[in-house]
Every structure is written in C-alpha cells, then in structure tokens.
Design a protein around this ligand. Structure first.
Ligand code: C2E
Ligand code: CA
Ligand code: CA
Length: 396
C-alpha cells in the first residue's frame, strides 16, 4: 500500500497538505524534522512531499541522503522559492537516480496537488496490472542483452529494419520528410529498440557496418517511394564514430550517384554531444558532405554543452531541439524559454528548426506560435514500418 510522507518544517503547510491528501491515502506521516524522516524504511510505492527550505537540514541534503540510500520512493518537491530553484533540485534528484513526479511552488494549488496524487495512485495501479499482462514477447525482448556476436549476426542476416516517423511543416501541416529509426527484428526476441544495441555497436566498432546497412536500407526505401511518385526527404542518424571515417562522403556520394538520387533529399543527423570529440576530422568530413549536397542536422540540441562557435564552424542546415525541452514546455517556463531561444538562434543562423517529441496539441500550438518550422512526435505519428508509413501518407 502506498504511504505518503510529508516533510516540511512549517506546521501550517503540513496541515494543509494533510487535508488535501487524506481522502487519497490511508497512511500519512508528517515529519517536521528531516533527520527523523531519513530513519524511515521507505518502499518504492511510497510518495514523499519534500520542502526544499528547512532550517536544520535543507531539501537538497535530504535528496542526497535518499540517493545514498538508493531510495526508489517518489518525490514531490515543494518550495516557496522561484521555479528555477525547484527545477534545479529536480534535475539534481533525477541525476542521482531518484524519481520526481512533480514540482510545486508555494502557495500549493489544491487542485494541482490532488491531481498529481490521484494520477500517481492510478498509474501505479495500472502499471502493476500492465506489467502482469505484458506479453511474453515484450518480457523476452526486455531481458535480452545482445552480445557483439549477436549484433554482428543480425547485421549479416539482415535482421535490421527501418521505421519511419513523419516530420510535418508546421505552418502548412504538409509532410516535410521522415526520420529513419533502426529496429532489430530478432527471430526469437521480437522487436528490439536501438537503446539496446547502438551503444554496443559504438563500443565494438560494429557501428560502421550498422550505419552502412541503415544507409542502404534508407536509400532503397527512398528509391521505392520516388518510383511511387512520393519522393520523401529522409533523415538518417549518423554516429559520431562514423564521421571519423574519411571515406564516408565518397561512399555516400557514390551511392547517391548510382541511384540518381538528389543528395539534398538526405539529411544526416548528428548529435551535439557526439560532435565534441575530434572536431578537426569531423569538420573536414562534415564540410565535404555539405559540399556534396547532403543536408546536415544537429540532433538533441541543448544537451551537449557545445559552444556556440561549433554551430558557426559546422555547416548545419537544420537544428533539432532536444525532446526533453519540447516535452516539458507546456509545464515549465524555463523549458519553453530554451525552446524559443533555440528557434531564434536556428533562424538567425539560417537553419530550419525541428521540434521532436511533440506529444499533444498544446505543445504543437506553442511551437507554432514560436515560429518553429518542422514538428515531429507521437502527437502526429509514432515511427512506423515502411508500409504503414505509406498508408499513413496516403491518408493525409
Ligand atoms: P533520436 O535520434 O533522438 O530519435 C528520436 C527518438 O524519440 C526515437 O526513439 C523516437 O521513436 C522517439 N520519439 C519520437 N517522437 C516521440 C514523442 O513524441 N515522445 C517520445 N517520448 N518519444 C518520441 P528510438 O527510435 O527508440 O531511437 C532512440 C535513439 O536511437 C535515437 O534518438 C537515435 O539516437 C538512436 N538511433 C535510432 N536509429 C539509429 C540509427 O539508424 N543509427 C544510429 N547511429 N542511431 C540510431
Ligand atoms: Ca535523430
Ligand atoms: Ca533527438
């Protein structure tokens, strides 16, 4: 059973929180002293409402102790300070591996807290039954930890496939292109997502073969769509290690020439963090790719701590704002400000700006108002196999 802990030195706030939570929780315990609270044996189903500002031991210290205890309980952080402080505390807690379900500024809105607590108790019940109902296949895919040999075989046996996620021109709502996202169709374990094997490919050097296969698949698909009269711009993810191979521009150029494809219909996406390695080699390769007519996109922008001069040095044509900012922009003013600034920056540098991770209409509307060029996310469509993408495309 979920237990609620309230940790706040201010008795008035404690009473208010207790009144709001009483109809939802059977067990509630209040701690004015955080040191006593830290002696409790917390369960992973518990919720802790934690005030950041306390005289003896502040909330940040409590967070550090919870992290040391490897606590799996769920945190609601509250503070009378501005939301910037709360947001930093949230980031800190998450970087320690703690679960933060909500941050709230004082005075606490009764409605907002009630909704948070209710939706937590509901989803924790649902996720329990969902876990029980999870198909055998999903469970199998989850426990599968591929080895280098497995991945090598998968590439050789052509088990890698591409899913395509639409990208939409926001002003006209017309299809602008698609991002190709790799999947592994394992004969025994089913559909395996890239988070299970891209890092492995990078650490073992298999990424060169993997990217080559992805490029071949994407070009074959592009040709097929061109023949159907549905020429589509395709974005392909390139790993940082791929741009240490000086051969890449020529290899790509040869492929494109052989199939008489227009290189400007291919966008190569590189993550900001990936680019920070050997910038001199990367710069050589990236500039040659641009000269050969390919488009270059800087992916996950805003997460890599790169300097602004990188944007100036590398001839990017597109900037993709990281989805963590997009996903939070309706709830969090700082995220919204970051997205808006990225859009302005991209435009000033003559780049098209893509927002990915759009999950609802409210986010779409904010991005449209901020002048974002292209939108991508579950609100529009999830990544789909090629055939499904074609059907989706004919529908719009
Ligand atoms: P990414 O390049 O940032 O791709 C976007 C990821 O966000 C995709 O996950 C996509 O399915 C997911 N996504 C799209 N819209 C939404 C949304 O509205 N909400 C949420 N929560 N997620 C959304 P996916 O396909 O699992 O790929 C994960 C990462 O794996 C990619 O992140 C990319 O870094 C890497 N990856 C995928 N395909 C390739 C590839 O062919 N080569 C390389 N090197 N990396 C790849
Ligand atoms: Ca990408
Ligand atoms: Ca991204």
């Amino acid at each position: 059973m979920t237990k609620l802990y309230i940790v706040d030195d201010d008795m008035l706030t404690c009473n208010l929180l207790h009144t709001i939570a009483r109809p939802i929780f059977k067990q509630i315990e209040i701690f004015k002293n955080p040191r006593l609270f830290l002696k409790q044996a917390l369960k992973d189903t518990d919720i802790v409402i934690l005030d950041l500002m306390m005289p003896d031991m502040d909330g940040i210290e409590v967070i550090r102790h919870l992290a040391i205890q490897k606590s799996l309980s769920h945190l609601v952080l509250i503070s009378g300070y501005d939301s910037g402080v709360l947001h930093s505390a949230e980031t800190l807690a998450k970087s320690h591996g703690l679960k933060v379900i909500k941050i709230l500024t004082k005075p606490i809105s009764t409605d907002e807290l009630t909704n948070t607590l209710l939706s937590f108790t509901k989803t924790s019940l649902q996720s329990k039954s969902a876990t029980i109902n999870k198909s055998q296949q999903d469970l199998k895919a989850n426990i599968f930890t591929p080895s280098e040999r497995d991945l090598q075989k998968a590439i050789e046996n052509k088990e890698l496939v591409l899913y395509y996620q639409p990208q939409i021109t926001m002003k006209t709502e017309m299809l602008s292109g698609a991002e190709a996202l790799v999947r592994w169709l394992h004969p025994e374990f089913g559909l395996i997502y890239p988070d299970k094997f891209i890092a492995l490919a990078e650490s073992t050097g298999l990424i060169e073969q993997l990217t080559e296969e992805v490029i071949h698949l994407a070009i074959a698909q592009s040709l097929h769509w061109q023949k159907m009269g549905k020429t589509t711009k395709l974005s392909i993810n390139i790993s940082a290690q791929n741009i240490t191979s000086l051969k890449l521009p020529e290899q790509l150029k040869t492929l494109v020439k052989k199939h008489e494809l227009d290189p400007s219909m291919i966008v190569l996406e590189l993550t900001e963090s990936g680019l920070m390695g050997s910038i001199t080699t990367s710069l050589d390769i990236l500039t040659r790719l641009r000269l050969k007519g390919f488009q270059l996109s800087i992916d996950d922008f805003g997460t890599g701590f790169s300097s602004l001069s990188l944007l100036h040095k590398v001839p990017f044509t597109e900037l993709k704002v990281d989805q963590s900012f997009v996903a939070n922009m309706t709830r969090n003013n700082e995220s919204k400000a970051i997205v808006e600034t990225c859009i302005m920056l991209g435009h000033k540098l003559n780049m098209e700006v893509v927002a990915e991770g759009i999950e609802d209409k409210a986010t779409w509307n904010l991005l449209l108002a901020a002048g974002c060029d292209i939108g991508q996310g579950y609100y529009i469509a999830k990544p789909m196999p090629a055939l499904e993408f074609e059907q989706w495309q004919f529908k719009v």
